[in-house]
Write a protein that binds this ligand. Sequence first.
Ligand SMILES: *Cc1c(COP(=O)(O)O)cnc(C)c1O
Length: 436
Amino acid sequence: MHEFKFLDGELHCEDVPLRRIAEEVGTPVYIYSRRTLRDHYRKLDEAFSGLPHLICYSVKANSNLAVLSTLAAEGAGADIVSGGELFRALRVGMAADKVVYAGIGKTAEEIEYALRSRILMFNVESETELYVIDRVAGELGVKARIALRVNPDVDAGAHPYIATGLREAKFGIDIEEALSVYGHAALLPNVEVVGVHQHIGSQITSVEPFRESIAIVGELVKRLQANGTAIRFINIGGGFGIPYRQEEVPYPRDYAQALKPVLGESGCTVILEIGRMIVGNAGILATRVLYRKHTGEKGFLVVDAAMNDLIRPSLYGSYHEIVPAVKAEREEEIVDVVGPVCESGDFLARDRALSRAEPGELLAVMSAGAYSFAMSSNYNSRRRAAEVMVDGGSFVVVREREDYEDLVRGERVWVEPAGEDAASVLQPDITGGGTA
Ligand SMILES: *Cc1c(COP(=O)(O)O)cnc(C)c1O
């Protein structure tokens, strides 16, 4: 369910026409529905209501402070993968004891920040990381709660870039080695083993990979508990898929139903790390057509949003529905929707049937709430887009469009040191070593 609907021929976010936001804020602009965010969170929460559980929103999917604070107010915790994400979670007043920290490259500095903040636990991705956590916790005189991220070696059927549960993935600890690593962890003086973690991939559109992996994880938990390890948390990760083209995907209750037997039997608190399912269809990217263009047989719509704003089509070949924000009866045409960036890979859609759109018209790129603004960059020295949150009949700019000064923040113009000698020492030699 989402709150982007046509009313009187105009696409609205909740009760606000997109046209109004575009006129006031400009384009490209990301638009989020607060009602949708909360609805998705509540449905997920309800689905798992029979089990003790904690929903840790995956900050990397969309880390805007207004998104985080909306979810924190619903009771969500956070799944973080960097010190920067911890900073954001704490900034909105997220309870630190609802924060779990994954990622294969946590630095000692980040580990210290997390320990000082008293997060719930680390999801540990390698044995060597365990030793670093133990050392840092020892220096601070605290105990670090940990789960091991195990890799159950199941194929989640997602795009290879977002499948993480296969043996050859860089994530987690091989399920075969998990027992022995748990044994080593139990011997560390500054580490407290409290859980098992898995995250098998993203945009998974079937319950089966979860059923399979949770059966494996459930067996591991039983063996650990039999050995006297007090496993209190099973973290099933994230990855619940969403419809990008109105396809059928499981509902939260389908996941809950499939997994409840094993999870219930474990007696553990269940942690879910959900990003895309909460925020993906709670956002769109609004963009205006700049030019119509033909090269040979091909037709292009050049729009003012580009791969620096939304890289998913370029990076993963992802499909985003594109619709005109104001309905009009026009003939359909097949076009590539492309941005101004100087890369052939800069496209939002390829060979797409769209009703003919003229320069100045507003288009909505749908399902752009997750991994969209969060992955944006300043490539081509483009200012990052504004973000807007709609709540009922009103909206708030929750991130200003960047200005040119933002683009050069922290940079320096090179200034020659005074004196000829200094200059000759510091100048790079560009006269020798030619390769022509
Ligand atoms: C990205 C990520 C998630 C969230 O995945 P979604 O597909 O957005 O639900 C959860 N856990 C970990 C460890 C992740 O890296």
